[in-house]
Design a protein around this ligand. Structure first.
Ligand SMILES: C=C(C[SeH])C(=O)N1CCC[C@H]1C(=O)O
Ligand SMILES: [Zn+2]
Length: 600
């Protein structure tokens, strides 16, 4: 019998995977050192290490592509070779590779260190995004102060990155071409392994749009009541600065004056967290406890030793929350400038969801240590939060007092409304973030129309408008972390759809949801303590990206397709209520053209 012709390839791959792990470990450590201390020295070090790793990857790539891997019989061997056959930006000549790294590092540094002046005290100019502007957008009800923060943040961040971003686009497309992609948008879509992926996403949005439009119409009326007709028109787009968040991507901060049942404001445990002396560490311990209750992994000791859970006072860091795999199957960390509030309690669960995924697939070859697709990685923590955020669970952990007789329907409606302000409001934003970038990469949007194209999409999909006129001097997309840090965003749209498919499947598994039992609605389900649910999710997480994502989806939900029915089932009671309420008040569902201009 001839020796297995693929044995040599298998041995080569084992060695390559080991060496790749060693290099990725070094790159992650250098990236962490810079992201957690934004100095010139640490940037230089990071660039040196990533240049070395790129040189290793390019050299290995030349050997990898010499194998006739497309003809291999072993499908798993083929899959690993196929993944290693995409070199990425390391395909650029070294000086261009370094230039690209410098561009994203510089944009990220501008964003992370940007400061603006206080509206009421123009000599106080040390307001940073985290926590100052986040808290201002959360609490202020002064339309002028909100407009000031909105405009000044964009002047201090996005506007300064426009030139850098243009060069980043050109170099990114050069890298994509060297990988035989038409442009970077195609390379970004590679992990979804579906030629019709953009169509799949568009169809999902079409199914979800009616729910979004009902929510938008209702919230617009509530904002008009709060701020008056001068600020908010009756049937036009919603002004972006009034939605309680810098990017108008999640609207939970308008809940306390717009909830359906005003008698009982929707659950906000921020005061309780502070009163009960929660620290960032204790918030993460609470998150860990939820995973352990599902028979999933506790955080390793190293996690608690090396994570950064609070914003340091003595140095500049990238505060945008992130979870890190150091590819040695031992070192996993979170970096988060944690605020002791409800939003960051859920962000802690979100980030710990990434760590849980790292832990569950750490035995896989390095090449498979990623989500089944990037949307899966963003969904894990949010699935936990769908249970943790229920009033029942918040009462169980002592964060919500049992305020005596509760009108269950009213409190249920308020809870669903609060959830919709986060999950439904977010969908068009997540979609347009990459609709805009795909068009920038494929050249259908040129730099002379970056900003006005952005606002056309914001109006078309989200029904929002800027608080002041815009021009092509501005670069508003650059006011968002993922744009300047080159982090794709369609992963979050995918996550917000599949997390409800996962939630529904796990709630059935946990016996917490029964479609035929009105006493067990999906939105009230809490899978806490269900090892059956935990084991089912774990089995999928352990796959990493070793199997095509429809198979991973099927392992938990029984379906191989993303579909909006999980989310639509969850919000059905609210959707019915919104339709009736908007009909009662005669709202125009949808919006007319913006009165704001964008001058190119
Ligand atoms: C928390 C993270 C780190 Se992966 C994040 O960027 N998220 C989580 C939800 C959407 C998106 C954002 O903040 O824009
Ligand atoms: Zn995430």
């Amino acid at each position: 019998r001839d020796p297995d012709p693929e044995a040599a390839a298998r041995e080569y791959l084992r060695e390559l995977d080991h060496d790749t792990g060693v290099h990725l470990n070094r790159a992650s450590l250098a990236e962490w050192a810079y992201a957690s201390n934004l100095t010139e020295h640490n940037l230089k070090r990071k660039l040196e290490v990533s240049a070395e790793v790129a040189a290793f990857q390019k050299e290995a790539w030349h050997r990898t592509v010499h194998f006739p891997w497309q003809t291999f019989r072993d499908p798993d061997l083929r899959r690993q070779f196929r993944k290693y056959s995409v070199l990425g930006s390391a395909a650029l000549p070294p000086e261009k590779f370094e230039k690209l790294e410098k561009l994203t590092s510089e944009m990220e540094s501008i964003y992370s260190t940007a400061k603006i002046c206080d509206y009421f005290n123009q000599t106080k100019c040390d307001l940073s995004l985290e926590p100052d502007l986040v808290e201002l957008l959360t609490h202020s009800r002064d339309a002028n102060e909100l407009r000031h923060a909105w405009v000044e943040w964009r002047r201090a961040s996005g506007e300064k990155c426009r030139g850098l971003f243009e060069r980043y686009v050109a170099l990114s497309n050069e890298a994509a071409a060297l990988n035989n992609f038409t442009d970077m948008s195609e390379m970004w879509l590679e992990p979804y392994e579906a030629k019709d992926f953009r169509d799949q996403v568009r169809e999902l949005w079409e199914q979800l749009r009616p729910l979004y439009e009902q929510l938008h119409a209702y919230v617009r009326r509530k904002l008009q009541e709060q701020y008056g007709e001068a600020e908010v028109s009756r049937d036009g787009p919603i002004p972006a600065h009034l939605l309680g968040e810098m990017w108008s991507s999640t609207w939970k901060n308008v809940a306390n004056f717009s909830a359906p049942a005003v008698a009982q404001p929707p659950p906000d445990v921020s005061p309780a967290l502070k009163q009960q002396g929660y620290t960032p560490l204790r918030i993460f311990k609470l998150a860990e406890e939820f995973f352990i209750s599902l028979n999933m992994s506790a955080m390793p000791d190293l996690f608690w030793e090396r994570s950064i859970l609070e914003k340091p006072a003595d140095r500049e860091i990238t505060c945008h929350a992130s979870a890190w795999d150091f590819y040695d199957a031992k070192d996993f960390r979170i970096k988060q400038c944690t605020r002791v509030d409800m939003e960051h309690m859920f962000t802690a669960h979100h980030e710990m969801g990434h760590i849980q995924y790292f832990l569950q697939y750490k035995h896989q070859p390095v090449v498979y240590r990623e989500g089944a697709n990037p949307g899966f990685h963003e969904a894990v923590g949010d699935v936990m939060s769908l249970s943790v955020s229920t009033p029942k669970h918040l009462r169980q952990v002592g964060l919500l007092r049992d305020e005596g007789p509760r009108d269950d329907d009213a409190s249920a409606l308020n809870y669903l409304f609060l959830q919709a302000l986060q999950k439904v409001a977010f969908l068009p934003y997540a979609y347009l973030m990459d609709l805009w970038r795909w068009d920038v990469f494929n050249g259908s949007v040129t730099s002379d129309e970056y900003n006005c194209r952005w606002w056309r999409l914001r109006e078309q999909y989200q029904g929002i408008e800027p608080p002041v006129d815009r021009t092509e001097e501005d670069f508003d997309p650059g006011a968002k972390y993922h744009i300047v840090a080159s982090v794709p965003y369609i992963r979050y749209f995918v996550s917000y759809v599949i997390q409800f498919q996962f939630h529904r499947a796990l709630c059935l598994e946990a016996g917490q949801f029964d479609p035929n039992d009105p006493m067990k609605p999906l939105y009230a389900c809490d899978i806490y303590g269900s090892t059956a649910a935990g084991n089912k999710l774990k089995a999928m997480l352990q796959l990493g990206s070793s199997r095509p994502w429809p198979e991973a989806l099927e392992a938990v939900t029984g379906s191989r397709r993303m579909d909006a029915s999980g989310l639509l089932d969850y919000f059905k009671p609210l959707y019915e209520w919104l339709k009736a309420e908007n009909a009662r008040t005669g709202e125009r569902v949808g919006w007319g053209p913006s009165r704001r201009a964008c001058v190119s």
